[in-house]
Design a protein around this ligand. Structure first.
Ligand SMILES: O=C(O)CCCC[C@@H]1SC[C@@H]2NC(=O)N[C@@H]21
Length: 257
């Protein structure tokens, strides 16, 4: 039996968010970027039961089978200066890890910057994109009902998982969506009032800190070292093989030990 579809009625009454559920679309990020460019207000959320061209970080595709996961994008218009927006996908990661933990008692943590890991496997990813001046979209893909055969190996060799594979057999995608959007709003509002308030909660959930890592940088250079911390700008601070401290703003991290 296919998983149940989202309950649109329960998604209607959320404070702050205005949710639109589509049966199918190419990419919810693309949809919300278009709305942002047309002047849509903060708080628009598009959720699709299925995406035909879901996009991941670093130009990858995101497989989004019908009703198997949560595929959504939210529009934000932060009042915080844009130099700090790098925190937005990270605070969304914190909200998502807390949702999974609070609703299902599953310990989820974050591989920097914002891959949601359960038992070291990737269960969710987040793609934030600047849509237009003043507007950022936050796209979230959370695997819920997939079996092993449905899940691709990620490009870096990190195995994927779903809540079902992590032992959650009673997931309610509507409740997870509501729980996530509520927590995202709370984290977002606290961050706008006090941007530094997200730093410690993020560090506490970041599984990369303290690990030996290999990082593929956007220019395809690789760098090895030990992840020391995440700084106040959300950058991963690496102690490289020459013992130099290097703050990394973007890249694809593999935990090697
Ligand atoms: O590469 C990653 O880890 C990020 C994946 C983000 C996927 C989500 S699914 C909903 C939204 N729409 C997209 O096209 N991508 C994001």
């Amino acid at each position: 039996m296919p998983p149940p579809v989202l309950d649109r009625r329960r998604l209607r009454d959320l404070a702050f968010w205005r949710v639109e559920v589509k049966a199918e679309t190419a990419s919810t990020n693309t949809d919300v970027i278009e709305q942002a460019k047309s002047g849509a207000d903060e708080g628009v959320v598009v959720i699709a039961e299925s995406q035909s061209a879901g996009r991941g970080r670093l130009g990858r595709t995101w497989i989004s089978q019908p009703s198997a996961g949560i595929w959504l994008t939210a529009l934000l218009r932060p009042k915080v200066e844009s130099a700090r927006w790098g925190w937005i996908p990270l605070l969304a990661g914190v909200a998502l890890a807390d949702t999974v933990n609070d609703l299902h008692g599953v310990k989820a943590d974050l591989k920097w910057p914002n891959d949601l890991l359960i038992d070291g496997r990737k269960c969710a990813g987040i793609l934030a994109e600047v849509a237009s001046p003043g507007a950022v979209v936050v796209g979230v893909g959370l695997n819920v009902w997939q079996r092993s055969a449905d899940l691709p190996m990620t490009a870096t060799g990190l195995p994927a998982t779903s809540l079902r594979l992590a032992g959650v057999l009673d997931a309610d995608r509507t409740a997870l969506t509501i729980g996530f959007l509520q927590r995202l709003r709370e984290r977002y509002e606290s961050w706008q009032q006090a941007p530094e308030s997200i730093v410690d909660p993020y560090r506490q959930r970041c599984a990369t800190i303290g690990r030996d890592v290999r990082i593929m940088l956007p220019d395809n250079r690789q760098i090895l070292g030990e992840a020391i911390t995440v700084d106040d700008d959300g950058r991963l601070v690496l102690r490289d093989e020459q013992e130099q401290l290097c703050p990394i703003a973007a890249g694809d991290v593999t935990h090697v030990r």
